[in-house]
Design a protein around this ligand. Structure first.
Ligand SMILES: Cc1cc2nc3c(=O)[nH]c(=O)nc-3n(C[C@H](O)[C@H](O)[C@H](O)COP(=O)(O)OP(=O)(O)OC[C@H]3O[C@@H](n4cnc5c(N)ncnc54)[C@H](O)[C@@H]3O)c2cc1C
Length: 446
């Protein structure tokens, strides 16, 4: 099997496949060809933070992914624990020692060969996993765009914040599509609307302009400004720009105050088929995370909003996976090719490694002639795979972190903030049982 990219996903995929008895070649272009973010030639390099985020496997979806990967003898997690640094509830590591230990473990594996070249095309034959990440080389990016169609491969993300539906105050907000457009009632009520008075709008613009922003890295910006201006940049172009753009109040009537015309309206659009997540339309932003929560909670109806993810704009090569990949993460049009990691539209070290684990096992099993049963949707791995390969809206698809909004509700539990502890525990208990059941269908040595 060939794996292109020895980052988080490629390293984990190689380990899993090799443990299943398959011979693997990892093709990693560094250090011969460099990216603007990587600094070494090591495998599984952490390009920025040294944290794998929350390690709480009962109350946090990222912690649950840690747990699932450990149960599956995941190399990334095992080496993360071996190189752990004190960091409260987070799993932070010594980054040098971590990537060195992953590199050493892969180099020492009898079934793994590491080959140092850039792959610039999608091969016709053989079993391949492409795990080339957010900074996929230009030549390979062009080859993928040729195969999938240019509109199916993005080179930047433009992430609008995503809010848990249950945390929106529907005594203030209401459901309505602009001009009640749509054939069915569901379509006519596809958006959640949050109204603003003039004073609220002015205060919001002031906060937006004053908020702390992050800068692009050097070499990161080429070709970015087409059609995804950050909202703060729109606001800098004129105080009224947003009111004539994503916050225009036309075609909407507030049923809570039908006599009162809103001065501006913030709209949220459904982000997943389950209807548990809504993104704030047109609100991609480079504001720092702390500033985003402060500014967005000024929006009437979002005062107590919980965010499944905050906004961002980054250099990020990713596929429109809901249209391109099947449930086994194979390119529908070329089933000998799988994708894994951040290029599939997940985001983060943990999520990317998890997608590597899943792709590595699925590809190896297929090669060995006994394809695996589908990963259960109620696991953290399954919830992410389900989201990227079909659960997400293809038209507005943007990279996603793992979060409980991707999980099917557990019946009979209380909604809202008060019920949250019990609900999260129920999600993680259910996930652990389903994951253990899935793992029991396979025999992979530790
Ligand atoms: C600037 C920046 C900062 C980030 N900060 C964080 C953070 O703090 N926390 C976090 O969780 N996530 C962060 N991310 C996201 C992070 O990159 C991913 O979460 C994770 O590294 C993705 O894993 P991956 O295996 O998909 O890609 P990577 O880990 O990037 O691995 C891809 C590998 O493929 C190689 N490659 C690319 N093209 C080719 C080719 N054609 N042929 C051969 N090899 C190739 C690359 O050299 C690289 O080693 C950041 C991303 C960027 C760009």
């Amino acid at each position: 099997m060939h794996i292109v990219g020895g980052g988080m996903a490629g390293s984990e995929a190689a380990w899993q496949a090799a443990q299943m008895g398959v011979n693997v070649v990892i093709h990693e272009m560094r250090p011969k060809v460099e990216t603007f973010a990587h600094r070494t030639g090591k495998l599984a390099e952490m390009v920025c933070s040294n944290s794998f985020r929350s390690d709480d496997h009962e109350q946090n979806a990222v912690g649950l992914l840690h747990w699932e990967m450990l149960q599956a003898n995941g190399l990334v997690m095992r080496q993360a624990y071996a190189n752990r640094l004190p960091a409260g509830g987070a799993l932070a590591v010594d980054r040098e020692a971590f990537s060195q230990s992953v590199t050493d473990a892969l180099a020492a594996h009898p079934n793994i060969e590491v080959s140092g070249e850039e792959i610039a095309e999608l091969p016709e034959d053989g079993q391949w996993i492409f795990a080339t990440g957010p900074l996929t080389s230009d030549a390979l990016g062009r080859a993928i765009a040729t195969e999938t169609g240019a509109e199916s491969l993005a080179f930047f993300d433009a992430i609008a914040p995503i809010v848990y539906a249950e945390s929106i105050d529907m005594d203030v907000a209401w459901l309505q599509s602009r001009y009640d457009k749509g054939e069915t009632e569901e379509e006519q009520k596809a958006y959640i609307n949050c109204p603003m008075t003039k004073a609220q709008y002015e205060a919001f613009i002031d906060a937006l302009l004053a908020a702390d922003k992050t800068e692009f890295h050097e070499g990161e910006t080429a070709g970015y400004f087409d059609g995804c201006l950050p909202i703060e940049v729109m606001a800098e172009r004129g105080r009224e720009t947003l009111r004539h753009g994503p916050m225009k109040p036309v075609g909407l009537t507030n049923p809570h105050k039908p006599e009162e015309k809103a001065y501006a309206v913030v709209q949220l659009r459904r982000d997943n088929a389950l209807g548990t997540l809504f993104n704030i339309v047109g609100f991609q932003t480079k504001m720092k995370y702390g500033a985003q929560t402060d500014v967005f909670r000024m929006i009437p109806g979002l005062e107590n909003a919980s965010f499944a993810r905050l906004g961002g704009i980054h250099r990020n090569t990713f596929l429109n996976s809901p249209t391109l990949l099947d449930a086994q993460m194979r390119l529908r049009a070329r089933p000998n090719i799988r994708f894994a990691g951040q290029i599939t539209g997940v985001e983060g070290y943990v999520e990317s490694s998890a997608m590597g684990l899943a792709a590595g096992r699925m590809a190896a099993a297929e090669l060995l002639g006994h394809p695996l049963p589908q990963i259960p949707q109620d696991t953290a791995h399954g919830a992410l795979i389900h989201h990227i390969t079909g659960g997400a809206e293809a038209k507005t698809f943007q990279p996603m972190n793992v979060n409980f909004g991707l999980f099917r509700p557990v019946e009979g539990l209380k909604g809202g903030r008060r019920g949250r502890r019990d609900r999260y525990k129920a999600y993680t208990d259910r996930a652990k049982e389903a994951w253990s059941g899935w793992l029991a269908t396979q025999e992979v040595p530790a």
